[in-house]
Design a protein around this ligand. Structure first.
Ligand SMILES: Cc1cc2nc3c(=O)[nH]c(=O)nc-3n(C[C@H](O)[C@H](O)[C@H](O)COP(=O)(O)OP(=O)(O)OC[C@H]3O[C@@H](n4cnc5c(N)ncnc54)[C@H](O)[C@@H]3O)c2cc1C
Length: 206
């Protein structure tokens, strides 16, 4: 179903949208990695808001490199995953951004998240080799990420326990994960930035 935001973006078109071309797509359930011609100005933690062919708008995190990569979580048969599954080499992708979103100070950082945060973790890890700890709820079959699998109340406690309090911490991903880990960190008086990427029953938190 198209959204009012999507219709507005399509109408505003060239005034606000940038464009790139798909160069490769790899599906490894439950993820799609999409390589795009390099998007200028991408920094770790940026976001792009992709105008889907269905006129829906969904937010993804670009990873800078010789190509710009997106890692989309294929969680259901919803507009974002449908697009990520069906996009093909040579397709044009139109989007708003890149826009600044998750900003972290120089030095060691800990990124907590879930399947929607893998691109954020990979983007920071590529920009700051050796300085990034990524703690991911659920299976995360990507190099350099530590995954925590199990019942949420246990994984939230285990993730909080694994955080180095001397690093800058950001909590991303689903709202339950963000709130769950945050409540454990509060008990240890550890500060963390937060940015929820999705919430049950909500469409497009951005
Ligand atoms: C700043 C920012 C950066 C993001 N970066 C990424 C990224 O790099 N990769 C990525 O995959 N996602 C990312 N997301 C999350 C992504 O935008 C949302 O998951 C998006 O809403 C998915 O769209 P959809 O069409 O699948 O579901 P929607 O139609 O938006 O949602 C339908 C319902 O599905 C549920 N839902 C949504 N997402 C998930 C999920 N991942 N797992 C389980 N249930 C879910 C919710 O209950 C929601 O109400 C980001 C979000 C933000 C705000």
């Amino acid at each position: 179903m198209s959204s009012a935001k999507g219709q507005l973006l399509r109408w505003l078109g060239d005034f606000v949208l940038n464009e790139s071309t798909v160069r490769a797509v790899e599906i490894r359930e439950p993820f799609a990695t999409i390589e795009l011609d390099p998007i200028v100005g991408v920094e770790p933690g940026d976001k792009i808001q992709v105008l889907l062919p269905s006129n829906d708008v969904r937010t993804y995190t670009p990873i800078a490199g010789s190509f710009t990569r997106l890692v989309a979580h294929l969680h259901a048969d919803t507009p974002g995953p449908r697009w990520a599954r069906s996009v093909r080499v040579g397709d044009r992708v139109r989007f708003k951004g890149p826009d600044r979103c998750v900003r972290l100070p120089e030095g060691r950082v800990t990124i907590v998240g879930d399947a929607t945060s893998i691109a954020t973790a990979l983007a920071f890890a590529a920009a700051r080799p050796g300085a990034v700890t990524a703690l991911i709820e659920g299976s995360a079959p990507f190099e350099g990420l530590r995954s925590f699998v199990g019942e949420p109340s246990h994984t939230h406690a285990a993730i909080a326990e694994a955080i180095d309090p001397s690093s800058a911490v950001v909590l991303t991903g689903g709202s339950a994960l963000v709130q769950g880990v945050r409540s454990h960190l509060r008990k240890r008086s550890i500060d963390a930035k937060t940015k929820a990427y999705w919430a049950p029953g909500r469409v497009g938190l951005d």
